[in-house]
Write a protein that binds this ligand. Sequence first.
Ligand SMILES: Cc1cc2nc3c(=O)[nH]c(=O)nc-3n(C[C@H](O)[C@H](O)[C@H](O)COP(=O)(O)OP(=O)(O)OC[C@H]3O[C@@H](n4cnc5c(N)ncnc54)[C@H](O)[C@@H]3O)c2cc1C
Length: 414
Amino acid sequence: MNCGTRELDLAIIGGGASGFFTALQYAEMTSGKRVAIFEKGAEVLQKVRISGGGRCNVTHACFDPRELSNHYPRGARELLAAFHRWQPSDTVDWFQRHGVRLKVEADGRMFPDTDSSETIIRCFLDGARALGVPIHRKHALTSIVPRDGGGFLLGFGHLTERVGTRSLCIATGSLKDSPLLQSLRELGQSIEPLVPSLFAFNVNDPRIDGLAGVSHPRVAVRREASSRWQHGPLLITHRGFSGPAILRLSAWDAREMADAGHHFPFVIDWLPELDASALAERFAEIRRNQGAKLVRNTPLPPLSRRLWERIVACAGIDDQAVWGQLPKRESRCLMDALKQARFEATGKTTNKDEFVTCGGIERKTIDFRRMASRATPGLYFVGEAVDMDGITGGFNFQAAWTTAHIAATALAEG
Ligand SMILES: Cc1cc2nc3c(=O)[nH]c(=O)nc-3n(C[C@H](O)[C@H](O)[C@H](O)COP(=O)(O)OP(=O)(O)OC[C@H]3O[C@@H](n4cnc5c(N)ncnc54)[C@H](O)[C@@H]3O)c2cc1C
């Protein structure tokens, strides 16, 4: 192995979003310091490349730290303080200063104006080159040994040479199946169990058979065992349900769902804008004004005709039933089918656009003012390796930029 130098001021483990951002910020804030990135893969920034469908959803146009922190099922409290130091407006400015303009979409997501993640990759690689930060690919860190005089000795699997470093920043992303888990535990870090977040639900149910591709603009959805609803659009897929409302629920209840082996009952409210009495009033109004119409032919907006027909049929309402003669009991069944449709998830499908890991280095073992280990001096953590994660929309990268900035600042201040 030829690392350029065998003794470093800072070794950054992981050539992903948080590793590069830490390296660039640290190198910009210091001069003459020896910093290097070690990446286990043959390529760096692989997740950035595929992120946001190849467009990289860099951050979210949410500039109030408190509101921003509400998008994180895990880490909201710690990130609230962190966002006061580095938030999306700082991200936008930083990229602007480095030649990348970000644009905002109608839903608040921010992308490079080229609509290509390659723009971000180029920015980081050019930055590393300009600042003289070496990148060592195919270097998977496997052992961390604290040295008597301070700092660490790093081992990289079968590579024989060791690297000494004063400080060490773990930017490895998800620690699932990581060979580092044991070393980190020995350094006094506890690890929250690692489970997936941001996934679609597999559902086998006649109510959605053949409806793949049908979407609905706004539902409320919750696990049956919980009273916490999530709202948003919903999409019926070949395997079950997806869309923002489902992904949000998968993030907020990631741990409970994992505990249940991703088999759990959940409830959909197809018309969350109407409470039960408003819906009863709507039914009464239709009976008065359109009593001769077939129930199956009069979808309640915004339900699509196909979805409505299926809900009506599965509620046991006859094809020829008209509103004016709909028995009370059937009317009640239809209301239940609309307001509290119960489904059973039988597994999960990872969302193709974005998924993250819930769990990681326990937050209470990290001083978030510096992103430093409370147990081991000189050890820092940034990005998804930490037990924090957000919902979709650019929030996960923002947590990576924020924690990287805080770590780089602390490391530069030395
Ligand atoms: C398909 C997909 C799309 C996504 N799209 C978005 C999006 O548009 N917006 C958003 O905000 N979030 C998105 N995310 C989430 C986002 O990519 C992550 O939250 C983010 O990449 C975390 O950055 P990180 O640097 O902490 O980890 P990573 O990006 O995972 O980088 C960690 C790096 O460390 C390396 N590594 C791991 N272990 C070792 C080791 N032992 N030694 C050396 N190197 C090691 C890995 O190979 C990797 O290169 C997406 C995720 C996925 C999977």
